[in-house]
Design a protein around this ligand. Structure first.
Ligand code: ATP
Length: 269
């Protein structure tokens, strides 16, 4: 069995008297891609924010390579974990290439110059995400999907051991959704990503965590988590789950007609 890089034990987060995360426990095995799924407001971003130490949990603990997350210096943490957040931040005055170069920061001293190896790494990362042609364009001029890909290139340049992605595919067209997640999987590093598209999560992830109202409802292989019953209970939709013809993991077909049944309910009231 592969070694665990991240261990989360009995994690709680309360804010303003509300429990946002309750008793979350899981681990991330070395080299695996773990998908975080659940409806809006389930707590996915909050959990990821705890993992990259943006939020200090109210209880429980997070171990990174067997050491408490709070014991890491900011620089050591940045060398270990790269994060691509859900909302694209603003980087005025930077070209795409300069943004991607920022990935080197945790590996550099204050006066260290960019070496030819660094330049090759940056060019490779830009090429992997299909942005070579945009290298000298201002980052702010990029489309939403291009910005997302630039942030992934920056994370690649950061050479982390763990990559945390909060809805990495939300601005991407279907080709780039598949391509970027395949690229991330091919890096061979451990990944935890929140993903709204359950079929994409099924195809791309080794294991899934299903969250609802801050609680962990299910965890395991996609076939254990993506059952018709669980999808109906948590997302409130009817579906049929079959085996995907290529990867044989769950393929979900959704049924429609919720608006009609809502109207009927409203009329009955
Ligand atoms: N700083 C905060 N203060 C108060 N409530 C918060 C805070 N951060 C998150 N929440 C609440 O915690 C709940 C979970 O939010 P979170 O963003 O983690 O959900 P999510 O699963 O990522 O949702 P989505 O799929 O819509 O992005 C929401 O009800 C949100 O309003």
């Amino acid at each position: 069995m592969s070694e665990s890089v991240l261990d989360v034990n009995h994690l709680f987060w309360q804010v303003e008297g509300k429990t946002i995360l309750a008793d979350i426990h899981f681990n991330l095995p070395q080299g695996q891609m773990l998908g975080l799924i659940g409806p809006n407001g389930a707590g996915k971003s909050s959990l990821l924010r705890c993992l990259y130490r943006y939020i200090l949990p109210s209880g429980g603990n997070i171990d990174l390579f067997g050491k408490d997350l709070t014991a890491y210096s900011p620089k050591a943490l940045a060398r270990t974990i790269a994060v691509v957040q859900q909302d694209t931040p603003h980087y005025f005055d930077l070209t795409t290439e300069q943004l991607v170069t920022m990935g080197l920061t945790p590996h550099k001293g204050l006066f260290d110059a960019t070496t030819s190896d660094d330049k090759a790494l940056i060019e490779q990362a830009l090429s992997k995400v299909g942005l070579i042609k945009h290298a000298h364009q201002p980052y702010e001029q990029l489309s939403g999907g291009e910005k997302q890909r630039a942030l992934i290139a920056r994370a690649i340049v950061q050479q982390p051991q763990i990559l945390i992605l909060d809805e990495p595919t939300n601005h991407l067209d279907i080709r780039y959704q598949i391509q970027i997640l395949e690229l991330v999987a091919s890096l061979g590093i451990s990944v935890i990503a929140s993903i709204h598209d359950l079929n994409l999560a099924s195809a791309m992830c080794d294991k899934l965590l299903l969250l609802d109202k801050g609680k962990l409802i299910a965890k395991g292989h996609p076939t254990q988590v993506l059952t018709e019953r669980q999808i109906s209970d948590v997302f409130g939709v009817c579906c049929e789950v079959n085996s995907h013809p290529q990867h044989h993991k769950p393929l979900i077909s959704y049924f429609y007609g919720y608006q009609t049944s809502n109207k009927e309910e409203i009329n009955h009231d």
